[in-house]
Design a protein around this ligand. Sequence first.
Ligand code: GDP
Length: 310
Amino acid sequence: MSLPIRNVAIIAHVDHGKTTLVDALLKQSGIFREGEDVPDCVMDSNDLERERGITILSKNTAVHYQDTLINIVDTPGHADFGGEVERVLGMVDGCILIVDANEGPMPQTRFVLKKALEKGLRPIVVVNKIDRGQADPHLAVDKVLDLFIDLGADDDQCDFPYLFASGLGGFAKENLDDEDKDMQPLFEAILGHVPPPIGDPNKPLQLQVTTLDYSDYLGRIVIGRIHNGTIKAGQQAILLQDSDQVVKGKITKLMGFEGLARVELEEATAGMIVAVAGFADANIGETIACPDEPQALPLIKVDEPTLQMT
Ligand code: GDP
């Protein structure tokens, strides 16, 4: 049941095309199989769906490429959400930095990139909207490199992989001269440059609460990454609270992500990003652990209100 996984955050200045690009990845998810060509109808169905305006960037999205599950998490670009950006980046092992080819890096590009670099992530740079005639995509890459240097990126981070893309056109490519095809180069870059999650499925459970959600039916829902151990639907667990309180409870529902939807899971292991119901008192940064060997993860500091709008 455990597929290879990649956990990646998507970071950008507002309007540089996060939603559109993730939408393109979603639409092309699952269609790439070894040795199989992309069917022509993909672009047609893209156009259809685009007309219907299906472009919502969920905070957590999952796509499949070949046999790998890629969890994509959205990151707010605004400095008001600094604490949330740090928490979200704590769930992932890599990130995609989208930069508009025309505008180049903007203030929010700088802000989110700084956080990603501080976390030690090595971003994949996507120079986007290259379908626009006036774009100078190479100049945008140069500006991005200047920004990396300015922000004190190390040599490895400065040697970032980059792609030219049009989220709207549904393609990414390594060289401007390459044919506009599909998103395969970006999927390949994610597999090749984002390390698989580390974490030991046999260690005691540690799941860090990164985002909170609510459903009328399930109550408070906790979203976070399983750093270690294995979690099963229905199991007893405990919540290690910031206030040193220990709350006993049960995992009433365990869910993973599939496209924009959530799917119920029986079990999930270290490295997975999951949604869990059963802990009505959970707060951001706290740890859900197994009752036998509870160990809290280091708290990620929260320096802003936990409810956000993006
Ligand atoms: P977000 O704020 O980063 O999520 O940006 P959106 O994906 O909502 O895109 C912002 C605007 O840019 C929208 O009007 C999109 O249609 C447009 N856009 C996004 N990607 C592309 C692209 O690749 N090419 C062009 N020409 N426009 C794009």
